[in-house]
Structure formats: C-alpha cells, structure tokens
Design a protein around this ligand. Structure first.
Ligand code: ATP
Ligand code: MG
Length: 299
C-alpha cells in the first residue's frame, strides 16, 4: 500500500506541520494532509495508509456542516489540474489566516492527560471536577481546557486566566463558546453514528472579512481521529474503551521501553494496518460512506 509522507511541490512553501504540508496559491493556501503519524509529538517514519485522505475528507465533512456555528477556512477540494494526482482527496484550498496561539480543547469525558492532571489535585486547567471520576467517565458538562501551542515539544495546559492573557479576553470568550458549540454539535452526530466523542481540539485564526475587517474562523482540521478521541459506543456501554483514533498506537508505544523522544521506534506492520483500519472505520461510521468505495482514485 503506497503512502505519502513527504511532498515536494513546485509551489511556494508555506509551512510544514507534523502532519500537514502547506503551500501558497495566490492569496490562499493548499493544505495537504500527508499519511504521517505523530504520537507524543514525535513524527514516525512509516505512513498510515489512507490517513491523509481520512483527515482531509472528514474535516471537509465537518466544515460543511458547522458553518452556521462558525465560518471556517475551507474553500474547495478542487485541486489545480497541473498538480500531481496523488494530492486528490488529501488536499484542500483554504483561506489563509493568522493562527490564534491556543489549542482549544473541549472534553466531555475524562481520559489521557486530563485524567493524569485530575488525579493530582482534582482539577483540570484549574477547573474543579467532581470526586471519584474514573478513566472514560462522562463529565457533568463539557469543559474547555485550553493549552499553549508549542512550536516544538509538548503543549501545556493553562488556566482560563492564563489563556485570556495570551489571546485577549474577547478572543478567548469567542473561541471558548464556539469550541463548546462545535463539540456539542459533533457529539450528537457521533452518538447517532455509534461513536462517543470523548474530547477534541480546535484551532482558530483571524481572517479578513468582506469589509476588510478581522473575523475569527475555524482553521486546520476538524473533528478527525487525529484531533479527537472517538470511542465505540457499543463497547463503552459495556464498560470498555475501544478507540477509533491514535490511542491504539499510543497503547502500543506505552508498552515499549521508549523515552518518547526522537528518534521514533519503528512501527510494526500490524500496528500500521490496525491504525489505518480504525481511521477508515471512524470515517465510515461518521459519514455513512466507505472511503475505499468512493469512485475517485485515492492516489
Ligand atoms: N488557514 C490557515 N492559515 C494559516 N495557518 C494554518 C491554517 N490552517 C492551519 N494552519 C496551520 O498549519 C499547520 C498545519 O499543520 P499540522 O496540522 O501538521 O501542524 P501540527 O503539527 O498540528 O502543529 P505545528 O504546526 O505546530 O507542528 C498548523 O501549524 C496550523 O496552525
Ligand atoms: Mg494540526
């Protein structure tokens, strides 16, 4: 199975993230989701088949449905004809924005880093939570737990006060409110699709509005298995956490004697295949479509 982990397009380079390669096209950006996988902020050498296509197509699926909540950067998935065919399905043209330096995390359930924080002092990002919560438990209501957007290394959870200082109170209030609205919308859809959306992370940016002023829009990716934790509802109801996201890789890595610093250990074939399967299944359950059966070629 061919994967794309590097792109070298003859366009003006804009940025290279852990997963996305971005190029300039006039005033807009071409954002290419590669098949790269990052875990614990380390990028692995192996690609995950279909991952880029799932991230791109699923983001578009959500971008189209959440425009009434907040505008987003998506313009089109039609890629200029002179560019390589392998970009189809894994790329979109987006509006360039000035990223707001905050990871806007919403949690409806407690797990992962939030659980670790909670176990220390009963709080997450300064928010006091009910006593006795266990891994996976649903919170009384979704909480907004912002973190810094580290250029390198790990993002750090911060309190509401710190986040307000970082981005300004008005912007903070907008991204908090919009993040919770987006989460609630997606959570209901996911539930109908047989999935629990445990938590998710959004990014916002400032873009020009029609009057030449500034507006806050949703950027980057939306509600994908990279930015979110999705659990099978059927299993959850039976007391198990079965993830259709990166958790499978994280669990594998936790079992190794690896210090979570580069270089990454090699990923075995079964971990790669299983992760690919989980991403494809999340796509299928959420959209009702099989990515592999859609007519347009993936590569
Ligand atoms: N519309 C946009 N305008 C400008 N920058 C954007 C836009 N959408 C996303 N970005 C930025 O492009 C990058 C996308 O790359 P990717 O998602 O791989 O990065 P990441 O690993 O999550 O974060 P980082 O770039 O910090 O490593 C992010 O830095 C994101 O902030
Ligand atoms: Mg990102």
């Amino acid at each position: 199975m061919e994967t794309i982990t590097e792109t070298h397009l003859s366009l003006l380079h804009f940025s290279k993230g852990k997963v996305r390669d971005t190029y300039k096209i006039d005033n807009d950006l071409l954002m290419v989701s590669t098949d790269r996988l990052s875990a614990f902020d380390v990028v692995f050498n192996e690609g995950i088949p279909y991952k880029g296509a799932v991230l791109n197509s699923l983001s578009i699926f959500w971008f189209l449905q959440t425009r009434d909540i907040i505008k987003n950067h998506f313009i089109t998935d039609a890629i200029p004809a002179n560019l390589p065919k392998y970009l189809e399905r894994r790329s979109m043209i987006v509006m360039k924005a000035e990223p707001i330096p905050l990871e806007s995390v919403v949690r409806g359930h407690i797990t992962g880093s939030a659980l670790k924080e909670y176990q220390k002092d009963g709080k997450v990002c300064g928010i006091e939570l009910p006593k006795g919560l266990k891994n996976g438990d649903e919170l009384p209501h979704p909480i907004f737990t912002p973190s810094t957007k580290a250029k390198q290394g790990h993002d750090q959870n911060i309190t509401e006060e710190e986040a307000k200082k970082l981005v300004g109170e008005t912007t903070y209030n907008t991204v908090k409110q919009k993040s919770i609205e987006l989460y609630n919308f997606a959570k209901h859809h996911a539930k109908k699709s047989g999935l629990i959306l445990a938590d998710t992370k959004f990014e916002f940016g400032y873009a020009k509005n029609d009057n030449g002023g500034k507006q806050i829009i949703l950027i980057d990716e939306a509600l994908t298995p990279d930015s979110s934790r999705y659990w099978l509802k059927e299993k959850y109801d039976a007391g198990q956490l079965e993830s259709l996201d990166k958790q499978f890789v994280r669990d594998y890595l936790e079992g190794l004697k690896w210090n979570k610093e580069p270089p990454p250990p090699p990923l075995p074939k079964n971990v790669i295949e299983n992760t690919s399967k989980r991403y494809l299944q999340a796509y299928k359950m959420l959209t009702g479509k099989d990515l592999l059966e859609v007519e347009a070629p993936l590569f």
